[in-house]
Design a protein around this ligand. Structure first.
Ligand SMILES: [Zn+2]
Length: 188
């Protein structure tokens, strides 16, 4: 750390304290040559998690944006308060727990769909219809039909959660999480 006044490297810390957020330390330093004082801040660098979109763009993982997308799909659906935030938190925890630095947006979308399918089927269809950019009503009908097919496969007494986790016919194509990527998915 060079003295900003004279450029000398020989400086010493004269005071050090935690700031309010406790994640930052503020240090006062004094130059041993010209005695001028200056301040430095030290903070923890949180591990970065980058989302790689289909067009190659990268952006920092944004848990709030993910929660907002989930919440929109869950609007007025009979799910517990905070369900969207919880789902987003779980997705983030899963990704960070994998120790990866980058994740394709399609993977985040799949994880969001998995959770919505388990939470509420209407919300799931809403989400899929937005993020997979259904190109026509037939495609939407096929998605709904596959949900009904899974429902009729279900044994009596099986839970909605189990239905969501099974989902053998769920599409695994990449959704676009960002609404501003400007690219439409390829025609299937
Ligand atoms: Zn100096």
């Amino acid at each position: 750390m060079r003295c900003p006044t004279c450029g000398e490297r020989d400086t010493r810390v004269v005071d050090s304290r935690d700031l309010d957020d406790s994640a930052t330390i503020r240090r006062r330093r004094e130059c041993n040559v010209c005695q001028s004082r200056f301040t430095t801040y030290e903070r923890i660098e949180s591990a970065r998690l980058t989302v790689v979109k289909r067009n190659g763009d990268r952006e920092e993982f944004d848990g709030q944006k993910l929660a907002a997308g989930l919440d929109k799909a869950l609007t007025r659906r009979p799910v517990p308060a905070g369900a969207a935030d919880q789902a987003a938190d779980e997705i983030e925890a899963t990704l960070r727990g994998q120790g990866i630095n980058e994740v394709p947006s399609s993977r985040v979308g799949e994880m969001a769909m998995d959770r919505l399918r388990a939470l509420d089927q209407i919300a799931y269809v809403r989400f899929v219809s937005v993020y997979q950019s259904f190109e026509d009503i037939e495609q939407l009908k096929r998605e709904v039909d596959s949900l009904f097919a899974q429902r009729s496969d279900r044994a009596p007494g099986q839970t909605e959660l189990a239905l969501g986790l099974a989902a053998p016919n769920a599409r695994r194509t990449a959704p676009v999480l960002s609404s501003n990527s400007g690219k439409r998915p390829p025609r299937r």
